[in-house]
Design a protein around this ligand. Structure first.
Ligand code: GLY
Length: 470
């Protein structure tokens, strides 16, 4: 009995077959992850397999690596059979050979033998293609196996392998869309739970616990650390210790991953009380309009950078109607003045990782040789800028954030004072932030929402809150 679920063996066989056509020669070395100790060796973080390893081999256990020999076509999985000591503590597993056979690999070897294979390959002058490692123990392994100083390992990653993997993983297969859809449905449950559970006087962590529970009930876990806060102006706020009070808003940015590790990622923002204040309604409506326009714009061939720029202009114009901004929106956005309110990107790819393939490099995943990632404050955080293609899965997550430190800093510098009405903005320093996020797959003609929709109009959100609090 396998401890994890996989797609059919044909899925993995085919993915590897395609990968082999993309590179001319040498060997591909794909590293699985190992257990990572939290505070002593046997007290580990929850195990998370490497997503590239999962994509090509599907085996969700620690301590594996794989070689794909581009010249002979051979595929080898390296692993270590459990000893009776392991079985006593962690239970039995099928043999490495049986697990490998289940995903179409017939050759397995002991993990220790990989050193010799790599060493011999290098002696013969063969290229060893590997992806950018992000775990320190795998960096150390690569350093040892390839005889490269640790600080130089990253200089030897294979750009051709990185680009090949991205070209495959960017276009989601039907079986993947189904998994992601399931992840987003669980994610929708998390957000509905937050809206239904929150009561004035609670601690944020009580609601975060209810949100996390839904992810576990979905059979997997959270796809990233839950953001649940009344201080939504801090984009990745992982502190959950505030007491939520009437008049405030809760921003919940949370997602589930399925047991196969496909992710969902949504954000909702709702009032702690029954209704938004009039000031909150005004800003919320700007974010919602921006979200809906961005979704409307999604289609193959459009660059996500242009969808982002339209969203920035929408936010700028919305704030202009409240006298917070002034001047020409296109000009303001080109110069980066909108980043006072919208400091992040509009969204990112999503799949086996919540920020899909980000370990392989944002420039390679979200951009092209011709469209480079910006270095401008605000736009530099746009993780996806390239033209959209059918099969891409991405998030749409506009927001408006009033960050007191940024307001004070730019005001002192008189930065963009032609576009920002600082007198008026001063009144919003206690506002916090609003974000609305959903997940989409690009189709041949447009886009499709993934998962079931969660209430997001002001009327819908207030109806839930009124129901809960009455
Ligand atoms: N939703 C969290 C993130 O995109 O980083």
């Amino acid at each position: 009995m396998m401890h994890f679920r996989t797609f059919s063996s044909a899925t993995y066989i085919n993915r590897r077959k395609v990968l082999k056509t993309k590179l001319p020669s040498g060997i591909i070395l794909l590293l699985g992850n190992h257990e990572a100790p939290m505070n002593y060796k046997d007290n580990t973080y929850q195990f998370r397999q490497d997503s590239n390893f999962l994509y090509y081999f599907g085996l969700d256990i620690s301590g594996l690596a794989a070689i794909i020999d581009l010249d002979s076509g051979e595929e080898i999985i390296y692993g270590t059979e459990l000893t009776i000591d392991d079985i006593v503590w962690t239970g039995p597993l099928p043999s490495v050979q049986d697990m490998a056979a289940s995903i179409g690999v017939t050759v397995t070897k002991d993990f220790s033998e990989i050193t010799e294979f790599i060493s011999k390959s290098r002696q013969k002058g063969r290229s060893v293609h590997f992806l950018a490692p992000y775990r320190h123990d795998n960096i150390a392994r690569l350093s040892y196996w390839l005889d490269i100083p640790i600080h130089e390992v990253h200089n030897h990653t294979s750009v051709s392998l990185i680009k090949s993997v991205i070209s495959q993983r960017s276009i989601k297969e039907a079986c993947e869309i189904e998994e992601i859809n399931n992840a987003v449905n669980t994610t929708a449950n998390m957000h509905t739970a937050a809206m239904k559970f929150a009561r004035p006087g609670m601690k944020e962590y009580e609601i975060a616990a209810a949100v996390h529970q839904e992810a576990l009930k979905g059979g997997g876990n959270i796809s990233f650390s839950t953001i649940l806060t009344v201080k939504g102006e801090t984009l990745h706020n992982h502190f959950h210790g505030n007491t939520i009070k009437e008049g405030q808003m809760v921003l919940c940015d949370a997602g589930a991953e399925t047991d196969m590790h496909y992710a969902g990622d949504m954000t909702c923002t709702f009032p702690v009380g029954k209704k938004f204040t009039s000031r909150q309604r005004e800003i919320y409506q700007i974010v919602l309009d921006t979200h809906e326009k961005a979704v409307f714009n999604l289609k193959p061939g459009i660059s996500y950078k242009s969808v982002y720029l339209h969203a920035c202009e929408n936010i700028f114009n919305g704030l202009k109607s409240l006298n917070i901004t002034k001047g020409d929106a296109a000009e303001a956005v080109a110069l980066g003045a909108h980043a006072m309110f919208f400091q992040c990107g509009l969204g990112h790819m999503m799949g086996l990782d919540v920020h899909d393939m980000e370990d392989l490099g944002e420039q390679y995943v979200g951009y092209t040789d011709h469209i480079k990632k910006s270095t401008q404050f605000g736009m530099k955080s746009l993780r996806l800028g390239r033209e959209l293609e059918p099969g891409f899965v991405l998030t749409v997550e506009p927001g408006i954030y009033f960050i007191p430190t940024l307001i004070d800093m730019w005001r002192a510098e008189r930065k963009f004072s032609d576009f920002i009405n600082y007198e008026r903005l001063e009144l919003y320093k206690d506002f916090s932030g609003i974000r609305i996020e959903e997940d989409f797959v690009i189709t041949t003609s447009g886009s499709q929402l993934l998962g079931r929709s969660v209430p997001k109009s002001i009327a819908e959100v207030e109806a839930i809150r009124a129901d809960v609090l009455s």
